[in-house]
Design a protein around this ligand. Structure first.
Ligand SMILES: NC(=O)c1ccc[n+]([C@@H]2O[C@H](COP(=O)([O-])OP(=O)(O)OC[C@H]3O[C@@H](n4cnc5c(N)ncnc54)[C@H](O)[C@@H]3O)[C@@H](O)[C@H]2O)c1
Length: 463
């Protein structure tokens, strides 16, 4: 089939690559020149320097005959003559802190598309086409998409909602072997086209293929993200807090007690300083906004968001409160800038809030390391005398008064091997926002280090 993608971010690029690898002919349109160049380079390293997703580079290189990235809308217009489906993969960020989705990216792209769709097949519009919302959108978005198309005089089309459930860092692996594919449509004709598009998943015995209406599909995505976000909040605001409050409660022991109940499950039972990323926060707040606009309280949804905010404030606040640490003129090591491991995405990364906090506190230097996300972080905190970037975590921690571990890259588990022997004189305060050093907390205590870790009471170093 001939498939157009509008927007080549994490969702558009990964999903387009899977489509090409499924044998479809794919055109990807984006307005970001740099992204189009890098993703369309045909070179694995260039692709991954743009979008760090394991397997994306290989997939794009292997399928380069079937996928093209373009900035040129004339190509899009020509492609529409024979196109079967258009995936809308535009950003839908929150407007300020209102919970409302900013749909201007989507509307701009949809309006431009509607003007092109009316011209297809020399204006006859004989080819039936589906417009597929892959962006995470408000529940009634299908109506809005239809209004835009109808206003322009588009004919012979359907609107489908096909939310994306990919997990950043595992987007390719997860999209090649998804747990479920959710397709929301009003018309059997649209379901039929989607089944052909997703033949490999429709026929797969391991994928649950779910057909619902477009509003249920959009609501399902928002509710799934809220449920996951809420589970993370329970982990740190309830389980972790309990372990921080009472002596002799080890977070990992309690995790085992909880996770062995299949009704609770294992996912997300890791304590953390914050649940960041581009989706959980904004989607939960969008759900809350939609419920409140419809006259509901949405207390639990709002409280989950507040619990997440509170967690980061409490974690950072513990330095002054529990260790009597004064940030002024201090040297800080900030280890990890990605919002989580295996990605270069820094959207809503706790390190951004920490960076602003450190600036406000007028620390002298912030020494930074992340294996993938430093280029993106430099766009927020320019490299200068105060923000200093390093090529290894061991270099970043030298001569610091405090070490903050903010991302769960597995390699950071080895940090104590450098901290204990090399920093035994300086004894910086260790702030472990991911419990990456939990297997060494006793050794650190024995060596005289003070440790503040999520999910543990303050660890005083042995004198
Ligand atoms: N990132 C995730 O893990 C994830 C997972 C599931 C769903 N989603 C949802 O998918 C949607 C896209 O998310 P993303 O992470 O891919 O966003 P992104 O910001 O990484 O990518 C969006 C792309 O759209 C492009 N764009 C903006 N306006 C455009 C226009 N008028 N025409 C063409 N291209 C345009 C941007 O240049 C950018 O490359 C959002 O609604 C998001 O909530 C994201």
């Amino acid at each position: 089939m001939n498939i157009l993608y509008i927007g080549s971010g994490f969702v558009g690029a990964c999903s387009a690559a899977i489509s090409a690898a499924s044998g479809h002919n794919v055109l990807v349109y984006d307005i970001d020149e740099n992204k189009v160049k890098m993703l369309g380079s045909g070179d694995r390293d260039t692709v991954e320097a743009c979008l760090f997703e394991d397997g994306l580079g290989d997939l794009l290189v292997r399928n380069k005959e079937r996928i093209e990235f373009t900035l040129d809308y004339n190509k899009v217009e020509t492609f529409l003559d024979t196109c079967d489906g258009i995936f809308m993969c535009l950003p839908t960020p929150e407007i300020g802190e209102t919970g409302e989705s900013n749909l201007t990216y989507y509307f701009d792209a949809a309006e431009k598309l509607s003007q092109a769709l009316v011209k297809r097949n020399k204006g006859i519009q004989e080819k039936y086409i589906v417009i597929i919302n892959k962006s995470t959108v408000p529940i009634d978005m299908v109506n809005k998409t239809q209004e835009i198309m109808d206003a322009a005089g588009v004919k012979n089309y359907g609107v489908v909602s096909n939310p994306e459930f990919l997990v950043e860092g595992k987007a390719i692996e997860g999209s090649l072997r998804p747990d479920r594919v959710v397709v929301g449509a009003w018309k059997e004709k649209d379901f039929e086209i989607m089944r052909r598009m997703y033949q490999r998943f429709y026929d797969s015995p391991t994928v649950t293929y779910i057909e619902v209406n477009p509003k249920e599909a959009a609501a399902g995505k928002l509710l799934a993200n809220f449920t996951l976000f809420n589970k993370l909040a329970i982990c740190f605001d309830v389980v972790g807090r309990t372990c921080e409050t009472f002596d002799d409660l080890n977070y990992e022991s309690l995790r085992k007690v909880l996770a062995t109940d299949p009704r609770i499950g294992t996912w997300g039972l890791y304590d953390s300083l914050y649940a960041g990323g581009s989706c959980f926060i904004k989607d939960s707040r969008s759900l809350s906004h939609q419920l409140q606009t419809a006259g509901q309280g949405a207390t639990l949804v709002s409280e989950t968001h507040l619990a997440n905010k509170r967690q980061l404030e409490m974690f950072i606040g513990r330095a002054e409160k529990e260790a009597g640490f004064d940030w002024t003129n201090k040297k800080v090591a900030l280890i990890g800038t990605a919002f989580k491991r295996d990605t270069n995405d820094i959207r809503n990364s706790p390190s951004i809030d920490i960076g602003h906090f450190l600036k406000e506190k007028q620390v002298e230097e912030v020494h930074i390391y992340d294996p993938a996300a430093m280029d993106n972080f430099k766009l927020v905190f320019e490299e200068n005398d105060q923000f200093i970037y390093h090529s290894h975590e061991f270099e970043a921690i030298k001569d610091c008064d405090v070490i903050i571990i903010a991302t769960d890259w597995p390699q950071f588990r080895g940090l104590a091997d450098a901290i204990i022997p090399e920093l035994k004189k300086e004894k910086p305060l260790i702030m472990d926002g991911r419990r990456m050093l939990q297997h060494r907390y006793n050794d650190l205590r024995e060596a005289g280090f003070e440790v503040i870790a999520v999910g543990s009471p303050f660890i005083k170093g042995k004198k």
